[in-house]
Design a protein around this ligand. Structure first.
Ligand SMILES: Nc1ncnc2c1ncn2[C@@H]1O[C@H](COP(=O)(O)OP(=O)(O)OP(=O)(O)O)[C@@H](O)[C@H]1O
Length: 895
C-alpha cells in the first residue's frame, strides 16, 4: 500500500477525518501539511485501487468506517511451576483484580523498585484488558472466552488473526497448542471448525485458495498434483516420526502416542450450527510456516538430514490490492480434524525449537498456522462465494540476554525475535498516533517479515485479536511490565475490518471476486501478454511484487487447458454449459469488456484531472511559499536594520563613557604623578618630571583622538547612510579605539615601572623605620629591666640600713661586753685565776691532756662566740656594701 493509501486508511480510522480527497467531491482539498512530490504517484495509485471497477470495493469502503473496532487484547497469567515456587519466584507481583484488570506490584529485586528507592518510579500499576484470565483458567475456558466466537465469524466469511505476545516461558505455545491431555486454542479451533461443517465439506479439490483472498479452479491434472502433494506431506509424517524418536528434543506432544491422545481429545463436541442451505459447502485448506531469523520457511517442506542443504526460503508478495501473502506456500486440502492435526504436528516437528536457560522447549521462530475456507455453492458449476482466512500466529517470546545468557545461534535468533517484536510495537505506536493526530506518520510494517505479513490484518483484512501471556515470576517482573505496557498501546489500536462486509452474492449472480478474476483475464487478453492491469506506482517494494503477468499466464494456461479439455471432451461441454448459458456468458464478458474500457477511459480522465489539480495546487503552494519567503526576507531585513541601529547606539554610548573615563582618569593620574615627583625629587634619586610630562602628552593625544572619534561618530548622518557604511565606519572607529587603548595600556605599564623604581628607596626607609621600631622596643624592655633592678637595689638598701642598725647594735653590745671585761680585768682574783688557767694550759699542753676547770670555761667561750659573730656580721656588711656599689655602678652605666 502506498503512503497515500495508508493516509486514506488512517482517515478511515478517524471518522472525523476526510475519507477521500477533494477531487472526488469536487471541492478544494483542505491543506493541512506540506505537499511532498514523492506522494503524488502513490496518491494516484491508492485512488485507482479504490475506484477500481469491482463494485464490491466500493461497498467495502463504505461499510468499513462503521466496522472499525479496537484490537481485542486478552491476558493470560500462567501458574507457577514447582521449581519456580522452590526458587521463591512467587512474590505477589501479579494480582488479577477483576475479569478485566490486573495489578502489578514491583518486587524488591526489580529495576522499578530500585528506581523508586531513589524517589522515582511507580510501585504498583494497574492494566486493563478486554479480558483477564488468571492462572486457574483451563484451556477450555480460555478458548471459549477468546477464539470460539472468531471461528463462527470465520465460517461466515470473516478473516481473523489471533496472535500471542509475551516474554519467553510465559505460556504462549502452551496456550496455542496445549499439552496432549489439555489441548490449546489451535487444535480446539480445528475441532470446532470441522464439527461445525460436518456434512458440509466440499470433497473435491478443484477449487483452491490463491494469493491473498482469491481462489483458482484446478484442472484434473492440477487436482492430481494437489493430491500427490498432500500424500507426500502425509508420507513425511511417518518419516519424521522415525527421525524424531532419535531426536534430542523429546516431548509428549511430538511423540506418536502424544499424537493419538491429541486426536482422541479432538472428539470433544464443540460446534456451531450453521444456517446455510444444504448446497453450500466448505473447502478447507491449511498452511503452516515459520518466520525464523527474518526468513520465511514452509513447515510442511521436508527437512533434509544433510545440514549443508539449505531450506527453501519463501518470499512475501503482494496482490493487486496491496495485500501481502506468502508466495509458493503449500496449501493442503483437509477433510477432517485428524488430518489437520497431522499437518499441525508435522509442522511442529519442523519448527525451530531449542532449549534455553529459561525454557527447555523455547520457540525460536514465529509460527503461522493458517486455515482458509472456500464457501462454495455446489450447484451445477460450483461457485465460490466467500474466501476467508483464520490465521493463528504463535510469536516467539522476547528475551533478555542477561536472563537467558544465550550464545551463538540462540543469540542471533533472540536478536531477530526481539527486533521483529520491537517493530510490531513501533507499528502499534504509529497506528495509534495516526488515529489520534492529524499528522499521519509512517507505519513501519515493512521493517520486519512478521509485521509485513500481519499488515493486512491491521489494515482492513479482518479482525485481529492478541493474546498476552505473562508468568508471575519476580525475576522477570521488569520484562513482564514492559509486555503489559506494550499491550496497553496495542489495545488502543483500531483495527479496520472490511472483510466483514464481504457480500454473499445471491445465487445466479457472478461473485465480485470472480468478476475481478474475469476482468483480470480479459484485461490480460486485451492488453496483451505481460501488460499489467494497473500502473506501477510504487516499485520500491523490497519484496516480490505480484507477478501478474506470470499469474495471469498461469491462469491463462489453466483456461487453455480447460478449453483444450473442452475441445476434447465435447460431452463434458454439453453437460457443463448450455449454449444459452455460453452466450449469456459471452455477452457478460462483452459488457464487462466495454465496462472495462469505460473504466479505463474514466481512469485516464481522472488521472488527468488529478494531475491538473495537483499541479495547480502545487503551483499555488509554490506561489504562497514564494510570497511567504519574500515577506520573511523583508522582516529579516527590518530586524537587521533595527539591530544595527541598536548596536550603533551602544557603541556611541561606549565611546562617550570611555572619553569620560579618560578625562577623569587623567586628572587623577596627573595629581598622583605630581605627588610622586614632589616626594622623590627632593631625594635626587629619580627624576620623573620629564617622563611624566611625556606620558601626559601621550594621554592628551589619546584624549584628542578619542574626542575626534566621538565627534566623528556624532557627525555620522544616521538616517541617510545605509547600515553597511555605518557599520564599516563603526568598525574603523572601533579599530582606532582599540589602538588607542593599546597605546594607553603600554604607557600605563611604563608608568607603573617608573613608579616601582621610585618606590624602592621608600621601601628601604620603611625597613629602617622598622629597625628603629625594633630598637625602641628593646630600649623599652631594658628600661623596664632597670626599673626592676632599681626596685631590687632599694630593697637591698633598706636591708643594708637594717644590717647597719643591727651592726651598730652589736657594736654597742660588744662595747658593753668589753667594758664589762675591763671591769673584770681589774679584779685580781680573776687575774690569778687567769694565771692558773694559763699555767694549767701550759701543763696541759705539755702533758698532752689535763682536766679543765669547769667554772671558768663558760665565760671564755661566750666572748669567743661573740667575736666570731662580730666578724661574720662585718663580712656580711662588707659584701652587701660591695653589691650595692656594683648595682649603683651598673645603673649609672645603663642611664
Ligand atoms: N496455563 C498453564 N498451565 C500450566 N502450565 C503452563 C501454562 N502455561 C505455560 N505452562 C508451562 O510453562 C512452560 C513454558 O510455556 P511455553 O513453552 O508455552 O512458553 P512460551 O511463552 O511459548 O516460551 P517461548 O517463547 O520460549 O517459546 C511450559 O512448561 C508449559 O507447559
Amino acid at each position: 500500500m502506498g503512503s497515500f493509501g495508508k493516509k486514506c486508511l488512517m482517515e478511515l480510522l478517524d471518522p472525523s477525518a476526510k475519507c477521500r480527497p477533494s477531487f472526488l467531491e469536487g471541492e478544494e482539498p483542505e491543506k493541512t501539511e506540506a505537499t511532498y512530490v514523492e506522494d503524488l504517484k502513490t496518491d494516484l495509485s491508492g485512488e485507482f485501487s479504490s475506484v477500481s471497477s469491482s463494485s464490491d470495493t466500493i461497498q467495502l469502503s463504505q461499510s468499513s468506517v462503521s466496522s472499525s473496532e479496537y484490537l481485542q487484547v486478552y491476558l493470560r497469567v500462567r501458574p507457577f511451576t514447582a521449581s519456580e515456587l522452590e526458587q521463591n519466584e512467587s512474590q505477589d507481583c501479579v494480582t488479577v483484580e477483576s475479569s478485566t484488570s490486573v495489578m502489578l506490584k514491583a518486587p524488591k529485586s526489580s529495576f522499578l523498585c530500585r528506581l523508586s528507592d531513589k524517589g522515582s518510579g511507580q510501585m504498583a500499576q494497574r492494566f486493563n484488558f478486554s479480558r483477564v484470565y488468571g492462572p486457574e483458567t483451563t484451556q477450555k475456558q480460555f478458548f471459549e472466552g477468546t477464539v470460539k466466537s472468531l471461528i463462527k465469524d470465520f465460517l461466515n466469511g470473516q478473516n481473523s488473526l489471533v496472535f500471542t505476545y509475551g516474554i519467553t516461558n510465559a505460556g504462549k505455545t502452551y496456550t496455542f497448542q496445549g499439552s496432549q491431555h489439555d489441548l490449546g486454542i489451535l487444535p480446539r479451533s480445528i475441532n470446532m471448525l470441522f464439527n461445525s461443517i460436518e456434512g458440509k465439506l466440499y470433497e473435491r479439490m478443484d477449487l483452491k485458495p490463491q494469493r491473498c483472498r482469491e481462489f483458482c479452479r484446478l484442472t484434473k491434472e492440477q487436482v492430481k498434483e494437489e493430491m500427490a502433494l498432500k500424500n507426500s506431506v502425509f508420507g513425511l509424517v511417518k518419516e519424521v516420526d522415525s527421525q524424531s524418536s532419535r531426536s534430542t528434543i523429546s516431548s509428549d506432544v511430538y511423540s506418536s502416542a502424544g499424537q493419538e491422545a491429541f486426536e482422541e481429545n479432538l472428539t470433544e463436541l464443540e460446534q456451531f450450527s450453521l444456517n446455510t442451505p444444504d448446497h453450500v459447502k466448505f473447502s478447507v485448506w491449511i498452511s503452516f510456516c515459520e518466520v525464523y531469523n527474518e526468513c520465511i520457511y514452509d513447515l510442511l517442506d521436508p527437512i533434509s538430514n544433510d545440514k549443508s542443504q539449505k531450506r527453501r526460503r519463501l518470499r512475501l508478495a503482494q496482490d493487486i490490492k496491496g495485500n501481502s501473502y506468502i508466495k509458493d506456500l503449500k496449501w493442503i486440502p483437509i477433510f477432517g480434524p485428524k488430518e489437520a492435526c497431522t499437518v499441525l504436528n508435522l509442522g511442529k516437528k519442523h519448527q525451530s525449537i531449542a532449549c534455553t536457560k529459561l525454557n527447555s522447549l523455547s520457540s525460536r521462530s514465529h509460527s503461522i498456522f493458517t486455515i482458509r475456507t472456500l464457501c462454495i455453492e455446489d450447484t451445477g458449476v460450483p461457485r465460490v462465494t466467500k474466501v476467508s482466512e483464520f490465521s493463528l500466529c504463535d510469536l516467539a517470546g522476547s528475551e533478555r540476554y542477561a536472563k537467558t545468557q544465550n550464545e551463538g545461534e540462540r543469540l542471533k535468533e533472540a536478536g531477530n525475535i526481539n527486533t521483529s517484536l520491537l517493530i510490531l510495537g513501533k507499528c502499534f505506536n504509529a497506528l495509534r498516533n495516526n488515529q489520534q493526530s492529524k499528522f499521519q506518520q509512517h507505519v513501519p510494517f515493512r521493517e520486519s517479515k512478521l509485521t509485513h505479513y500481519l499488515q493486512g490484518f491491521f489494515c482492513s483484512r479482518g479482525k485481529a485479536c492478541m493474546i498476552v501471556n505473562i508468568n508471575q515470576c519476580a525475576s522477570v517482573y521488569d520484562e513482564t511490565l514492559h509486555v503489559l505496557k506494550f499491550s496497553a498501546v496495542a489495545q488502543k489500536v483500531v483495527v479496520l475490518n472490511t472483510s466483514k462486509s464481504v457480500p454473499s452474492l445471491p445465487v445466479g449472480q457472478t461473485s465480485a471476486r470472480e468478476v475481478s478474476f474475469i476482468i483480470n483475464n480479459a484485461d490480460n487478453k486485451m492488453w496483451g501478454k505481460g501488460r499489467k492491469a494497473t500502473m506501477d506506482w510504487d516499485m520500491s517494494l523490497e519484496d516480490v511484487m505480484e507477478d501478474e503477468g506470470g499469474d495471469i499466464e498461469e491462469e491463462e494456461k489453466c483456461c487453455t487447458k480447460e478449453s483444450l479439455e473442452d475441445d476434447n471432451n465435447d460431452e463434458d461441454d454439453a453437460i457443463l454449459i448450455s449454449k444459452d448459458e455460453y452466450e449469456t456468458l459471452l455477452n457478460t464478458l462483452e459488457s464487462l469488456k466495454s465496462k472495462l474500457i469505460e473504466e479505463k477511459k474514466e481512469k485516464l480522465f481522472l488521472e488527468l484531472r488529478i494531475r491538473k489539480e495537483v499541479t495547480e495546487e502545487l503551483s499555488q503552494h509554490f506561489v504562497q511559499r514564494d510570497y511567504d519567503f519574500s515577506e520573511r526576507l523583508e522582516k529579516e531585513k527590518q530586524l537587521l536594520e533595527e539591530r544595527s541601529d541598536e548596536r550603533l547606539e551602544i557603541y556611541k554610548d561606549l565611546v562617550n563613557k570611555y572619553t569620560q573615563y579618560l578625562e577623569e582618569g587623567d586628572y587623577e593620574r596627573d595629581e598622583a604623578l605630581a605627588e610622586h615627583s614632589k616626594t622623590l625629587d627632593g631625594d635626587g634619586n629619580v627624576s620623573l618630571k620629564g617622563f611624566i610630562g611625556g606620558i601626559q602628552k601621550d594621554v592628551a593625544e589619546i584624549k584628542k583622538q578619542a574626542e575626534a572619534a566621538h565627534h566623528h561618530i556624532e557627525s555620522i548622518p544616521e538616517s541617510q547612510e545605509d547600515s553597511a557604511t555605518i557599520e564599516s565606519k563603526l568598525a574603523q572607529v572601533t579599530a582606532e579605539l582599540a589602538n588607542t587603548r593599546e597605546a594607553l595600556s603600554k604607557k600605563n605599564s611604563e608608568l607603573e615601572k617608573y613608579i616601582d623604581k621610585v618606590n624602592q628607596p621608600n621601601e628601604e626607609l620603611q625597613n629602617a623605620y622598622k629597625k628603629i621600631d625594633v630598637q625602641n622596643e628593646r630600649i623599652q624592655q631594658l628600661m623596664e629591666d632597670v626599673q626592676q633592678k632599681d626596685e631590687v637595689i632599694n630593697r637591698l638598701q633598706d636591708l643594708l640600713a637594717k644590717c647597719e642598725d643591727s651592726v651598730n647594735d652589736y657594736e654597742r653590745t660588744v662595747k658593753t661586753i668589753k667594758e664589762e671585761i675591763l671591769k673584770v680585768d681589774s679584779n685580781t682574783e680573776f687575774d690569778q685565776l687567769l694565771k692558773d688557767e694559763r699555767g694549767s694550759r701550759k701543763r696541759s699542753n705539755e702533758n698532752a691532756q689535763e682536766e679543765q676547770p669547769p667554772k671558768k670555761k663558760g665565760i671564755i667561750s661566750t666572748s669567743t662566740e661573740l667575736q666570731t659573730k662580730l666578724v661574720c656580721k662585718r663580712k656580711q656588711v662588707a659584701n652587701t656594701g660591695r653589691k650595692i656599689f656594683q648595682l649603683k655602678k651598673r645603673k649609672s652605666t645603663a642611664a
